[in-house]
Structures are given as C-alpha cells and as structure tokens.
Design a protein around this ligand. Structure first.
Ligand SMILES: [Zn+2]
Ligand SMILES: [Zn+2]
Length: 122
C-alpha cells in the first residue's frame, strides 16, 4: 500500500513538474519573443533617429543670426511653445524650422517628420 502511494506520489510529482516546466518554458519563450521584438524595433528606431539627427543643425540663438523671416514668425519652439532666449542652443531641421535640441530629439524618437510642416526628415 505504501509502495503504491509512493509510486502515485512520484507520478503526480513528475506530471506536476512537467506541467510547471512547460508553463515556464512558454512564459520564457513569450517573454523572449517580446524582448526580441522590443530590441529590434528599438534598434531600428535608434538607427533611423541617428540618421535624422545627422541632418539636424545645431545653432545658437543670437540676434544677428535670426533672419527677418524668423523674426516675423513666432520665435518659439513649436513643440513646447516656449520662446527661445538669446544665447540659448537650438536645433534647425533641414526644412529650416527651429526647435530646442531636447524637444526635437524627443519628438524624433516617436516620429520621422517635422512637427510643423510634416516634412519627412529621413
Ligand atoms: Zn522646446
Ligand atoms: Zn519643418
């Protein structure tokens, strides 16, 4: 009697162990899949934004380099809507729009186009 129940216990233990292992493997594979997808999309996104960032031009806001056209337009960053102060650093896109470096960098993590004119920056 003791031997039989021992065998059953072993059997049950084995089955439970197998089930838990399968469950763990499924969870790990699923996590791994998500991780791979995340890493791949992050890598692609990184590569794209690196390419875009190369096309951005750093500039310093000075009264002398503010064109008449810019003076007429609102001298503010259209992402955070804050006005540029003289001497502050800004970044100009190839479409000649000016933003804070921090603002346009964060924007380009999510989008490939200029927030103002929707011009593709790639
Ligand atoms: Zn800004
Ligand atoms: Zn633009």
């Amino acid at each position: 009697m003791l031997v039989v129940s021992d065998e059953i216990m072993h059997y049950l233990f084995g089955v439970t162990f197998c089930l838990i292992s399968i469950l763990l493997i499924v969870i790990v594979i699923d996590d791994f899949k998500t991780l791979i997808i995340n890493v791949t999309s992050r890598f692609v996104r990184c590569k794209i934004s690196r390419q875009v960032k190369k096309r951005l031009e750093k500039m310093r806001i000075e009264v002398s380099n503010v064109t008449a056209e810019q003076q007429q337009a609102c001298m503010c960053c259209m992402i955070c809507l804050e006005e540029f102060s003289a001497g502050s650093e800004a970044t100009r896109t190839p479409c000649r729009h000016v933003y804070h470096h921090q603002c346009i960098t964060e924007w380009l993590e999510k989008s490939d186009s200029c927030p103002l004119c929707r011009c593709n920056l790639l």
